[in-house]
Ligand binder design. Sequence first.
Ligand code: NI
Length: 423
Amino acid sequence: MNIEIRKEAQALHSYVVNLRKHFHQYPELSMEEWETSKRIQEELTEMGIPFTLAAETGVIGIIGSKGPVIALRADIDALKVEEQNEIVYKSCVPGVMHACGHDAHTAALIGAARILKAHEEELNCTVKLIFQPGEEVSRGAKMILEAGHLDHVEQIFGLHVFADIPVGYVNVEPGPRMAESDYFKITIKGRQGHAGKPQQCVDATVAAAAMVLNLQQIVSRETNPIDSAVVTIGYVQCGTVRNVIAGSAFLEGTVRTFSREEGRRIKNAVKRVAMGTAATYHATANVEYNLSAHPAVDNDLDVAEIAFAGAQKVFDEEAFLEVPKMMLGEDFSVYQQRVPGAFAFIGAGNEEMGRAYPNHHEKFNIDEDAVTNAVMMYLSYVQEYVNRKEAEAKGQKVEKKNSGQEGGLFARFQKLRKERERK
Ligand code: NI
């Protein structure tokens, strides 16, 4: 297979950027991506790519008909964030914004699909395009998996743009990459009354404030500093008006870890701290705790190496950046439970353009060169996979060494491979 990846992706730059702007302007919340889904279907129809629908608003396209099946995944949902960017393609939907760059993923996968479709004849495998809804609520991947869409898939590859990684950089490496993310809701019950008569009341606001602070001590004082963990309270609701002491309060938070075991330990601690703090203030607390619908994203060595080796043939040597694992959650890991997969990070930030706010920020935006880089990443992975399969079929030994790059990521791949061979 011989796609001139850089050239062909560059030629589609304005196409994918316009798509991304379109999706950005019309964001839709998780599991409600009806218009987004329609637009994806229209693009695939126009390219002559057959598709089926999955997980309600999800779309699964098929390119090729031969050999093994590999999957490329893009998530398509937006977030409950009010956009604060002043741009022509600013979100038209109040309170909803593509603040995590899934608009870029969707556009990039459509772009990659267009190029792959043009090379369908050379494709000795089948590529499944998974446009997945509901990533932000950890539902889409599970629904697609349960509907059997990964049953005959050999490998899966996905990616994510990050504005706190400068544009031009890409990353794919083996091992843990993103965290398991649990979440909880705490309802505090006190006794409502007059602001001037606290002695008659149980102030739920004060109990909630103390709880927010006390929960922060779990990571600081109870988890091993060598292990990574985060406890965040992202939502607090209490009270109605300044002269009434609140009789109830509500908190929502999330916990990030890299192991189920650690997740369970923190779960017990959250319950203990919440109830203990409430009791201190004569209030009560009810804790509803949900262990993550998805585990940590853990990249398979083989798939990561294929993606990395493919990308090395397309990107400059300086483009590869080592990026530490992140505390963000990603339901791509649900697929990895079933099939070997790798998840890449794409730099999208540009300080000079004022586009370096982190994902989920109300001013999040990307340097759109990242969309084309994402197209190139998808294609590099497919091309390398296809060419290795061809080489194997011809009985040629697949050259896994790449000259030029000595340290960094390349060294890590080599080290891990050696360790595995020794076992
Ligand atoms: Ni995201």
